[in-house]
Design a binder for this molecule. Structure first.
Ligand SMILES: Cc1ncc(COP(=O)(O)O)c(C=O)c1O
Length: 367
């Protein structure tokens, strides 16, 4: 049996009719960009996340860019983040005309090390962007304390951590602003692109609303130069159907994690952490092995789809070489060993068993 890495068609089968009805509602309304659907989605999402302000935008990269700019980051500023993230985290910093500074990850984990973040603070540091990589929240208590002490803005890249809960609060509501992506494969993804900024700061929310729509305070009153980062009505209408499934889909992910744990018990690969307290929503199921490339090839030969998130850390990408300030050994080691296994809320127990058996066979053959 071949096992796809993700299967979006299967995931959307259950909500297909409801999404199509929502699309028809938009078509019949005659209003297609940032209208009633977006407004309703923002209200519903703010309630779901228990946060005062939820501002829908065109994608997660735009959300990060606006969160930075609305919090005052700009030319001459440095923003500390991780290098083992999707390139968009660094791009958003560049888009805000600031400079990314990459910090090391924690020993034995994938998230940024707060102590290394603190070491990299300079008089030019304006903000810190922890990325809750693969769905596991970064050490927010420690990061918040460091940011408070140094007067820095704390912006969460929660694009991979929809619904994650720490002490009763969702990832994305723990700093000055939190950013989500609704890219299709995210824990809540739309039928296209979308993003969201969450904040409890009314002034920051006001600025983001202005910046996302050409810097307008009212129609044709352009107070600041802004952007076209509006969310289309079709996306908001789909998300109004899909977002309420978040906790159910996260529970399905956690069930699949248990299947993997059972299936891989005793196999010499390192499995993701299981905090067991809701602080991991498993956007991806990422194992570590020093024989990553061989294993990936062996799985591909059996029709099993895998991926690497992400194969080259940003400080080693040509686009960001100038921002690199020396090697990041822990990050580079982790990146050379990671492998994302097939994983999504609709994956079956049989599919997980097939993947686990193939990994066992690989290790048995290799001795
Ligand atoms: C960690 C992280 N940051 C930022 C983004 C950017 O989101 P988008 O693709 O919606 O622009 C993504 C997802 O693609 C992501 O995974």
């Amino acid at each position: 049996m071949s096992v796809p890495f993700v299967d979006m068609k299967r995931l959307h089968a259950a909500t297909r009719d409801e999404v199509l009805a929502a699309f028809a509602r938009v078509l019949d309304s005659g209003g297609f960009v940032q209208g009633r659907e977006v407004e309703a989605f923002e209200t519903e999402f703010a309630r779901q996340y228990d946060v005062p302000h939820a501002i829908a935008v065109s994608n997660g990269t735009a959300a990060l860019h606006l969160a930075l700019e609305a919090n005052g980051a700009g030319a001459g500023d440095e923003v500390i983040t991780a290098a083992n993230t999707f390139i968009a985290t660094a791009e958003a910093i560049t888009m805000a005309r600031a400079t990314p500074v990459f910090a090391e990850i924690e020993d034995g984990g994938f998230n940024v090390d707060p102590e290394d973040v603190e070491r990299r603070i300079t008089p030019r540091t304006k903000a810190v962007i922890p990325v809750h990589l693969y769905g596991q929240v970064a050490r927010m208590d420690r990061l918040a304390e460091i940011c408070r002490r140094h007067g820095l803005v704390l912006i969460e890249d929660a694009c991979q951590a929809h619904g994650e809960m720490t002490d009763g609060r969702r990832a994305g509501t723990l700093g000055n602003a939190g950013c989500l992506s609704f890219y299709p494969t995210k824990n809540v993804g739309t039928i296209g692109e979308g993003g969201m900024v969450l904040t409890s700061d009314a002034e920051v929310a006001r600025r983001i609303r202005m910046l996302r729509d050409h810097g307008q305070s009212a129609k044709h009153e352009h107070v600041v130069p802004g952007y076209n980062y509006r969310m289309p009505e079709l996306q908001a209408a789909a998300l109004r159907v899909l977002a309420p499934h978040l906790d159910e889909w996260n529970a399905a992910r956690i069930r699949a994690v248990e299947w993997y744990r059972e299936g891989l018990a005793g196999v010499p690969v390192s499995l993701p952490a299981t905090p067991g307290d809701g602080s991991h929503v498993y956007h991806l199921f990422v194992i570590r092995t020093t024989r990553r490339n061989e294993l990936q090839a062996a799985l591909a030969a059996e029709g099993i789809g895998t991926a690497i998130h992400y194969p080259t850390p940003i400080h080693l990408q040509p686009a960001y070489r100038d921002a690199a300030r020396g090697p990041l050994p822990r990050t580079e080691q982790a990146v050379s060993e990671i492998l994302s296994l097939p994983f999504h809320p609709a994956i079956t127990r049989d599919e997980v068993a097939t993947v686990c058996e193939a990994i066992r066979r690989f290790h048995a053959a290799a001795g």
